[in-house]
Design a protein around this ligand. Structure first.
Ligand code: CTP
Length: 403
């Protein structure tokens, strides 16, 4: 459809970037990136008439995004030419617009394009050796100032390296190290740093990416004094294992959302003083809700685990855990080795969470109890008795109230 529309209306359209890279690697990618040699917004409008979806246009960037019901996103970008990359004397000025657009991208593996117009449909454009690097498993920049112009590419390089089990090419690694030396990350706005860290958190190979960040000294560049020891990397891996377990267990139950990033940040920042943690979270512009969970987790992990050590009754277990964010509870599982404490948490999560009582205020009314705050107390007491196995049926619950 895209090719037909492009032909009919006189547009030149290419599939580019991560979408083509993943296609060649045989991996799924729900984000389709298109580059149009003319105005992308007009083309996106044309296409959206024929595909059911939600179209958003960004005129200042000459881009548009069409989100289809299936979840697939199609990004339309107008081919960009940045002349600084092609000094006037260079013969490349004569090159096609698409080539110039691809040249400003991060790594050779992301510069592959496929023609989508019908007469040349499927033709692969590889101006910078992307296919060869993809085969060799190499992450290579296109020009030496790439990381200085866009320091977020440092994070992207190590993210792709771990994700695809590739290697950063030797010269590219030197460019990374040099740019780190000159302090490029100091100039990166907090929000962009946060976005890059979140992208890493979402990777399957996040722990390896964090290990590589540490090896390259990136952590200490962005958070002075942060020490990512082997022990911390093990705990990070535990967090991912626990989250996978939790997701598997609760797939059907539609349990509430757990913030992976809150747990990972808690682990990274755990041994820093609280004012430092707060200033880091402020700098990154972490949303308040997530900030609160991180602070609670860092503050409460120790006290919660010592409390749990001496908790015997189910009702006490529930009381201790009910008001605590789920992230903090799961974090204790990843952070502590004490099996007794872990078993109690697993028991709470598997058996006790959300446990209630069978009787209601209506039942209390029929018993002749006058409505008032006493109802709440009575129902809470019944719930405790039920949790501790003192009552098991609705009849026993009522008897318990009368006693
Ligand atoms: N890009 C870039 N420099 C950046 C970010 C993006 O050159 N700092 C380019 C890359 O060519 C990339 C394309 O923009 O392929 C699209 O960006 P994005 O969707 O973030 O990248 P993907 O490669 O698709 O990465 P991911 O698989 O993580 O979504």
């Amino acid at each position: 459809l895209i090719g037909q529309k492009a032909d009919k209306e006189g547009f030149k359209v290419y599939g580019v970037g991560g979408f083509i890279r993943d296609l060649l690697l045989g991996k799924d990618n729900l984000d389709i990136d298109l580059v149009i040699e003319q105005d992308a917004i007009s083309f996106a409008k044309l296409v959206s008439k024929h595909l059911n979806g939600d179209l958003k246009t960004f005129s200042q960037f000459q881009t548009a995004r069409l989100t289809l019901r299936s979840g697939t996103r199609i990004d339309f970008a107008t081919a960009r030419i940045e002349y600084y990359a092609f000094p006037a004397a260079s013969p490349e000025v004569e090159e096609s617009t698409i080539k110039q657009d691809l040249y400003r991208r991060d790594f050779t593996i992301n510069t592959l394009a496929v023609e989508l117009n019908c007469n040349s449909f499927g033709k692969l454009l590889d101006f910078f050796g992307g296919t060869k690097d993809l085969k060799k498993g190499v992450i290579r920049v296109l020009y030496n100032l790439s990381f200085v112009e866009d320091p977020t590419r440092i994070f992207r390089a190590i993210r792709f390296e771990s994700r695809f089990n590739f290697n950063i090419e030797e010269q590219t690694l030197i460019f990374i190290k040099n740019s780190l030396e000159t302090g490029v990350l100091d100039k990166l706005p907090g929000e962009r740093l946060y976005e890059e860290l979140r992208n890493i958190v979402d990777e399957d190979e996040a722990v390896n990416t964090f290990r590589r960040m540490d090896e390259l000294g990136i952590f200490t560049k962005i958070f002075p004094n942060l020490n990512v020891s082997q022990d911390k990397l093990v705990k990070l891996q535990n967090i991912y294992d626990i989250l996978n377990w939790y997701e598997r267990e609760n797939k059907q139950k539609q349990e509430k959302f757990v913030s992976k990033e809150a747990m990972v940040f808690s682990c990274l920042l755990q041994d820093q003083p609280l004012p430092i943690i707060s200033s880091i979270l402020e700098r990154l512009k972490v949303p308040q809700k997530i900030r609160d969970v991180i602070i609670t987790t860092v503050k409460e992990t120790e006290s919660l685990s010592s409390k749990l050590e001496y908790t015997e009754k189910n009702s006490e277990l529930v009381q201790n855990l009910e008001e605590i964010p789920l992230e903090t509870i799961l974090f204790v599982l990843a952070d502590k080795e004490n099996q007794k404490i872990k078993n109690k948490i697993y028991y709470y999560l598997e058996e006790l969470i959300g446990a209630g009582v069978s009787i209601t205020g209506e039942d209390l009314k029929t018993l002749g109890i006058k409505p008032g705050p006493v109802y709440k107390t009575a129902l809470e007491e019944v719930r405790k008795a039920r949790l501790d196995g003192l009552v098991t049926t609705p009849e026993e619950e009522l008897e318990y109230v009368l006693d």
